[in-house]
Design a binder for this molecule. Sequence first.
Ligand code: C2E
Ligand code: CA
Ligand code: CA
Length: 804
Amino acid sequence: MTRVQGPRPRAPADLHARRRVWVVVVGVVLVGAVLSATAATVWAQADRAHARLAFRSTARNVTATLATMVGRDSDFVAALETVLTMEPGLTERRFRAWYTQLQGRRRQVGAIGSAVIADVPAGGLARFLARMAAQKGQQQGVRRRVAPVAGRPGPGGRYCLISDTSVIGSLEPIAVGRLHRNWCDPTTAVGSVEAPVLARAAATGRLSVVQVSLPWIRTTLLEAPFYRRAGALSTAAQRRAGVLGWVIATFDTAALARAALAHNRGLAITLRFVNPGGGAVVVARAGAAAGPMVQRTAIGGDGRWIVTVRGGVAAAELAAVPGGWAVFGGGLVVTALLAALILTLSRSRERALEMVTQKTCQLRHQALHDPLTGLPNRVLAIDRAEQMLARARRAQVPIAVLYIDIDGFKHVNDTFGHAAGDSFLRSVAERIRRLVREGDTAARLAGDEFLVLLDTVTLDVAPELVAERLLELLREPYDLTAEIGRELALSASIGIACGLDTSAEQLLADADIALYAAKEAGRDRFVAFESGMQTAAQDRIALEMDLADALADDELSLVYQPTFDLLGERLRGFEALLRWSHPLRGPIPPDEFIPIAERSGLVRPIGRWVLRTACRQAAQWRAQGHELSVAVNVSGRQLDHDDLVREVRAALSESGLEARSLTIEITETSLMRDPAASARRLQALKQLGVKVAIDDFGTGYSSLAYLRQFPVDTIKVDRAFVSGIATSLESAALVRTLIELGRTLGLETLAEGIEDPDQLAALQRAGCDSGQGFLLGRPMAPEGVAELLNDRRAAIAAWAGAGL
Ligand code: C2E
Ligand code: CA
Ligand code: CA
């Protein structure tokens, strides 16, 4: 058994378990985060690799498409260039035919037009123009005016002449009257751009590309020189000298790029041309890049065309792919859920454990504590006593047990009700609790019985001193204003037992014996246990057990002591006195066994038996013609219950005895235990017609005047006063006063224990009504009574028969 504390402190094991759960949760979160990150990285890498692959493949496709388109354009220009090289004096018509033929075979994307530019030295200008005019005239069948040449010659005094009619498609708005335009005139917008490009193309012999951005047009021109067939063309100077002109083609390269991109959204392409001996020209841009990837590819035979594809996975596709972040986020969510699950499970388990522990503690507390006062109960008290004893044995210092009982508590309950009783007991518990020190234990054993265990190892005063203090404390009035409207003062009795090499149970039993002794000695005191009490107590216990069987075993009997009228010395009746003939011990005096019967409660069934037997006996006497009454002693314990009135009535009706022939003797102290209840019950008895006598009068504390509230017929003056009446003046004076008062109050007086004639004489002189004692008649068995009655009858008959 363990001690029970109030609020449960968190046990180290609990903390340990909780810490362990947190370690697991943190571990799960960390591992989860790492795994999520790893998975996300792998996913993202795969994602990126996939995106890269997709981009590369798309970019390749786009580039290839564009390469094909650009290749065709270049081929087209090269084809025209070849035609013109082979046939330098090509007429416009022939050129147009070639153009249509070359182009017709393939639907050229973005092709706008083409033209031939003639390289004309300043000296040959007039001839060239005349030839052109003749050509045109032939062609159209009309004679046309030779158009003036606009502008000035370009670098090297050369004219780069382009015939407006040679242009298929329109490069620039044709001004009326300007048949030829000089693309090398640096003063014009076109010339400033074209002159160097044409010169470079002529010098390198390669295709040149130029982006023309004019207010009216923005286009890309592919320009290729053609030369005289005769003559070397290996140096730039030779090429410059041998150039006849340029073939140019114009393309809508933006449309070209758009077409190449087709449906590949999320990509952007840039098409550049690296001019020979010159900078790169951005020919076209198309699309919008969605990703960061770049692929640059050189296309075309000479690698001058460069395609840059930018982007990545198409935006729509990207959105469809959850990607690394989604994996990471998902992993974190799963981890969080797992951690929450672990926490929840451990929490609910913890809660369940806590509830079980709480419930167990509560149940244990309930099992080990008195519910009314909250003090440890008997079980716990004994457990603590055992623990203290074990400690005491080690220290070789005995422990002390104080067994406390409230004097007359029962009447608080009976008179004021259980609520008042409970409140009173709680106050008692509180006072006791206040007095004991930390190492000591206060407990409630039962009813009004409390216990204090003193650890004398740490006690610096004698246990008797603690008992003294307790008595003082418990004697102070209790405030029961709420319950009964006033204060109440009760005393207590304490039995003390000390021990070392004994059991807790034994120690409690010893203290109980000492408590009994304290009660016997008059209450409101403490008594320390002595070994002699042990045997007395054991005897008492043995007797109590035997007494329980005595009634059934027919060991009880009644003797009757006569009472006489003191004036005429007439037999008035008998007092029934109980006898117990113990099978082994022989006769046991009532002064010895009646208190035992009272303590054990046996006095009630025994008292019932006495009443019935005495009434039956008296009825028998009366039936035999003797005008006798019978007095029956009733214990205070019997008076505690309303049953008494019923039992008296039953005994009377059962026996047929007239009520007035029965006297109930009650001691003064019994009456005073609960005056109100006593008065009420005596009143009920009076109503039956039964007489009431106060026994042992003068030994209690009450005054005669106080007794007037009880419906009493007779007072029995105690033997103690009678025995001194002839020798002690005080006793004589007291007896005289009592008799006088009784007479004043209209009460009959009866003197007990008259043993010698002097006493009888004194009582007669004092005017005492009746008497009882060995002098007049000893208590006798019913047979003895019968004998007496017969003797008296004989005596009376003899007296009457004498007739004298
Ligand atoms: P009590 O009621 O005062 O009874 C009178 C006692 O005095 C009786 O003692 C009786 O034998 C004794 N006695 C009578 N005359 C003399 C005398 O001249 N000198 C001396 N020394 N004693 C005398 P007993 O029978 O031993 O009874 C003792 C007490 O036991 C009684 O005192 C009574 O209180 C109680 N008792 C006896 N019978 C019963 C009973 O049936 N019920 C109850 N509740 N108590 C009883
Ligand atoms: Ca009596
Ligand atoms: Ca008496």
